[in-house]
Ligand binder design. Structure first.
Ligand code: ZN
Length: 383
């Protein structure tokens, strides 16, 4: 029996949503050469983690062994897989490999933290591979709700490992590569030592629907609406953004993106050739213009208020957005550094202010902004 061994150590993401970070190692016990697959964050919620902006995995174990870390590989550009890449760059100091679209998102994070963008290297898809210590790693395209997702084919002296990353078996995903059954069969043809597989809704007995199946109903829905139509989706779901934009264009509407994350994703997809012929323009309200770092879900309310306000009164809307932008930026500036004389109270005040103003705006203008339904009945939310 060989004195060398293969190890697998999830530092986050196993049995939980978010914070994906998986260590693989090979070598003599205690001297294994290591690679890290994914380095993501998770998002707080008001029930369990109020007041927290972002949750990072605990990298202490790996940071102590950074001299044995060969490289970091990122499967795809969802925040729970790439979100912490810049936060830990200094602690880990290893090169990061990802495919072009994911690399573009990772580089933007590096630049925001003042780290060198060239630490992120662009990898070509399977059958190309990257060698890192005892491992050879290939990025095998797999369909998911974000472009250029990859399963990793990790060859080690102990055999082939397949780390699927997140995936959805979609043969017509609108944007990105369709699921390629023949390629995956060939990857597994000579046997696989371990399949490391994780996907949301894995316990559902029903097959997921293809992204291409939603285009027709969305088009019909938008064509049947009067006035402005507002749609929400994850910014990273570039295929859905494209479906919505095309449906809007077909219905004779101008398409307008809102939010910094939305703009960043669409730009990355355009630049890397993933998204072509996209007809949307970016609505550069001050709140979108880059004041907000680490966007959290709560700020969506500000976007909603801005939208309603913009429909009602465009000029004051721009001014309000500017105000929100500055308040938000001030809250972030002050967030980590409580004022020494008065403790945390003023910090929380600043953090709460944009939300309070949002609620006031919503309460004040929602009635005027949303026209009554046909027959003069006020709008009532249907359950
Ligand atoms: Zn994902």
């Amino acid at each position: 029996m060989s004195s060398e061994r293969l190890i697998y150590l999830p530092l986050g993401g196993a049995g939980e949503i978010g914070m994906n970070a998986y260590v693989y190692g090979y070598g003599k016990p205690g001297k294994e050469r290591l690679i890290l697959v994914d380095l993501g964050v998770t998002f707080p919620d008001m029930d369990t983690t109020p007041g927290v902006d972002l949750i990072l995995p605990d990298m202490a174990w790996l940071a102590e062994r950074r001299d044995r870390l060969e490289a970091v590989f990122i499967t795809h550009a969802h925040e729970d897989h790439v979100g912490a890449v810049a936060h830990f760059y200094e602690q880990l100091g290893a090169p990061v490999h990802a495919r072009a679209f994911t690399a573009r998102i990772a580089r933007a994070k590096m630049a925001e933290h003042g780290h060198p963008e060239k630490a992120v290297r662009v990898a070509s898809p399977w059958p190309e591979t990257v060698t890192a210590g005892p491992f050879t790693v290939g990025f095998a395209p797999i369909s998911h709700s974000i472009p250029e997702s990859s399963g990793l084919v990790i060859d080690s002296p102990a055999g082939r490992l397949v780390h699927t990353g997140d995936f959805k078996i979609d043969t017509d995903p609108v944007v990105g590569e369709p699921f390629d059954r023949a390629m995956w069969e060939s990857i597994g043809a000579d046997g696989v030592k371990a399949l490391i597989c994780d996907s949301t809704n894995v316990f559902s007995a029903h097959e997921g629907r293809s992204e291409s199946s939603v285009a027709a109903p969305i088009t019909e829905l938008i064509a049947g609406c009067r006035g402005m139509v507002v749609a929400t989706t994850f910014a990273s779901n570039v295929a859905r953004v494209k479906t919505l934009a095309e449906a809007g264009t077909r219905a004779g509407r101008s398409v307008c993106l809102m939010g910094r994350a939305m703009n960043r994703m669409v730009e990355a997809a355009r630049e890397t050739g993933v998204l072509t012929g996209f007809a949307g323009a970016y609505l550069a309200l001050a709140m979108n213009a880059g004041f907000v770092k680490d966007m959290t879900a709560g700020r969506g309310f500000i976007a909603l208020a801005a939208l309603i306000f913009a429909k009602w009164r465009p000029v004051p809307a721009m001014m309000a957005c500017l105000l929100f932008g500055f308040l938000d930026a001030a809250a972030i500036r002050l967030g980590g550094t409580p004022l020494p004389l008065v403790g945390r109270v003023p910090v929380q005040f600043f953090q709460a202010l944009p939300y309070v103003l949002t609620v006031v705006l919503l309460a004040g203008f929602i009635g005027k902004a949303i026209p009554p339904r046909a027959g003069g009945q006020p709008y009532v939310k249907e359950r």
